[in-house]
Design a protein around this ligand. Sequence first.
Ligand SMILES: [Zn+2]
Ligand SMILES: [Zn+2]
Length: 331
Amino acid sequence: MFHWDRGLFLTPAGLAVDVCRRQPRGFISHAHADHLGSHELALCTPATACLYRHRRGARRRVLELPYGKPLEFGPFQLTTYPAGHCLGSAMLLARQSSESGRSRTLLYTGDFKLQATATCVEAELPRADILIMESTFGRPKYCLPPRAETIARLIELVRSILAAEQTPVLHLYPLGKGQEITRLLTIAGIPVLQHPMTYAISEIYRQCGVDLGDVSQHDERTLIDGRVPPGHAVVTLPRGMRNFRLRGILRPVSIAITGWAIDPAAKYRYGVDHALPLSDHADYHQLMETAQRVGAKKIYCTHGPLEFVDHLREAGFNAFPVTGSVQTRLF
Ligand SMILES: [Zn+2]
Ligand SMILES: [Zn+2]
């Protein structure tokens, strides 16, 4: 019924799920590059469709799956649920009815987190018979501090950098983290200049009804005498990403914001002055909570450490790993 081959396949429907290789029909959980394929027909939420076309071309064929609206697709009924990861991110619930009239359900989480954020709809977790979950932070040491606490630390840090007449430079992914942190800063009254690549995606957020406040593109027009105007924070790309450029920045103080910052050495690894622990992925507690709430008879774990499967088993769940290249029949 379902198999895994560097991504999930709903075999009887001929539907690939988050497979990056081109497919005749592919569901895209969200528009991050590691989940995105240029498919002949893509299935995704309307917001992901906007981001997909922005990234892969305006003429891409898409069948839109708005949250909570079931679609009959081959032998399945497909429904998307908010995944809380970035604009448009979705979990996929596939329901298959058997001849006896009994149905069984599979929930694929894609990348997800459970808390509400400033720029993303809060995740919903339907119950399912089979759960396929990402488990990026599947080690007990990855229990992140409360989000509100990290946000307060961030705002305090940015204010102190500005007070010292330096420029806060935040290195963030251009889809998701870039917009969320921008919104948190503008809510706190701190205007933001964004890297053009981040800004182009922020425009799509705006078109989808997500207002980011006082934000402009970081280019010649927004600089004053070639400099970032006082009082502004700069949101740019992670270090090492292409198109990385910083112009007109006086005395930069660099900040990374990532779940991996729970590790005290993270700021050296990222080559930044400060690293704060906040993530768009579920932390260890949330992963365990997800397993509990979905109530699945079988759980398959992807994108995370193998030891997470052991943690689930110790907690009484019937859990298995699915890894990159292994062909596995899940049913
Ligand atoms: Zn992602
Ligand atoms: Zn991912």
